[in-house]
Design a protein around this ligand. Structure first.
Ligand code: ATP
Length: 240
């Protein structure tokens, strides 16, 4: 490549802000979507990838709807949002979603895919899930691979979230990035290369557990999931 071509290529590249939002999504619900929209407003992403987990390592004993159903619902929920992307990152080579995947490997995969200068990866996670992070594979490495955005959930305080992060991972005072100065209350911790943010005022008590229970009892789930997802659950007879 000539120098002129290299300059043109560099000029064309617009650094991408990519959010990863993983979960069982059994089903994807309005709580997930409002977290994603709030994070998008605050951090201005180019893409938010919704990643249905294959069989989440921490939920091995729990019965999950088969991966194709969970993926289909995620795809339907993403339909109205131009930069919400349904992701097959944890579907596995045969797309069955039956192999175990760990978040640390999924983030590595996205870092490999979005590797141009200035590309920035964020990991969106609920506060309840963040409290469990010490049992995740290589969690200390994971915390250093990308920024984290924690969506608060009722009853969880920022202090409890901070305690989950090993002190040796945090940066020395004075080495803080500009972002912290701009939004001090939203930073849970400044790590050596990454930041853990708290997204406040997104707490909602919608949960997939409650939606499955309602569907099982034949109660309405209207408004708790998007209209397309509600229709899909009814047509497929899920959770009955
Ligand atoms: P379940 O009730 O089956 O445990 P869930 O409603 O917590 O499911 P998941 O698919 O397990 O949904 O969640 C994916 C991610 O979204 C997790 O990080 C979880 O903490 C977060 N999350 C789920 N519901 C909410 C909510 N209402 N507000 C904020 N975060 C949420």
């Amino acid at each position: 490549m000539t120098t002129a071509q290299a300059h043109r290529t560099a000029a064309k590249h617009h650094p991408r802000r990519i959010a990863l939002f993983g979960g069982s999504f059994d089903p994807i619900h309005s709580g997930h979507l409002s977290v994603a929209r709030a994070a998008d407003r605050r951090f201005n992403f180019d893409e938010i990838h919704f990643i249905p987990a294959s069989r989440p390592p921490h939920k091995l004993k729990q019965h999950l709807a088969p991966f194709p159903h969970r993926f289909a619902m995620v795809a339907l929920a993403c339909a109205d949002h131009p930069h919400f992307v349904p992701s097959l990152a944890e579907a596995g080579e045969d797309f069955s979603g039956t192999q175990l995947h760990y978040s640390v490997d999924t983030v590595r995969y996205f870092r490999h895919t979005y590797h141009e200068p200035g590309d920035h990866i964020f990991f969106i996670i609920g506060a309840d899930a963040f409290l469990d992070i010490p049992v995740w594979k290589e969690y200390e490495t994971l915390l250093g691979l990308c920024d984290f955005i924690i969506a608060n959930r009722p009853g969880i305080r920022a202090e409890a979230l901070r305690l989950v992060i090993p002190p040796e991972l945090t940066a020395r005072p004075g080495s803080k990035k500009e972002t912290e100065a701009e939004h001090p209350s939203q930073v849970v911790a400044q790590l050596h290369c990454t930041t853990v943010y708290l997204l406040e005022n997104v707490a909602s008590d919608v949960s997939a557990t409650d939606i499955r229970r309602r569907a099982q009892k034949g109660q309405s789930i209207h408004g708790l999931v998007s209209a397309r997802v509600e229709e899909y659950i009814l047509k497929q007879g899920l959770y009955r």
